[in-house]
Design a protein around this ligand. Structure first.
Ligand code: 5GP
Ligand code: ZN
Length: 116
């Protein structure tokens, strides 16, 4: 847990969220400002600030997170037609919340991969 981390507060229940999946190490919840009909964020329950902060010790958890992300996308009904997965890193990547998270965007064609 990290003090003043928005997503750690969602993990510990201080801030409510529309949770669609969780297990021991992963939490998935709906984005508060959806950019597509399905917009879900998938995060590790352990605080990791950015993709650049990953180490060898995180390999198993992140591998599990990606497999669970695919499960969440299937459960949300977007897997067959497809979806986009995005991880923004730091300022130039457009990262706003510094707790690593993967976006799932689907439910319509997401279009060309451009900055928003
Ligand atoms: P980033 O720009 O860091 O990749 O994405 C952060 C995402 O978190 C944004 O899409 C934003 O809408 C979402 N977000 C920010 N605050 C909250 C919140 O309090 N609850 C939820 N569910 N999503 C949030
Ligand atoms: Zn955090």
């Amino acid at each position: 847990m990290s003090d003043n981390c928005l997503f750690c507060k969602i993990i510990n229940g201080t801030i409510p969220a529309d949770i669609v999946y969780q297990d021991d190490t992963v939490l998935a919840f709906k984005d508060i400002n959806p950019q597509a009909p399905v917009h879900i964020l998938v995060i590790p329950k352990r605080h990791i600030a950015t993709l650049d902060d990953l180490t060898e010790a995180d390999r198993a958890d992140i591998g599990h997170l990606m497999e669970r992300l695919a499960h969440v996308a299937r459960a949300a009904g977007v897997a067959e037609k497809g979806y986009r997965t995005i991880i923004n890193t730091r300022a130039h990547g457009g990262q706003e919340v510094f707790h690593i998270h993967a976006h799932i965007l689907g439910g319509k064609p997401i279009g060309p991969m451009v900055a928003r």
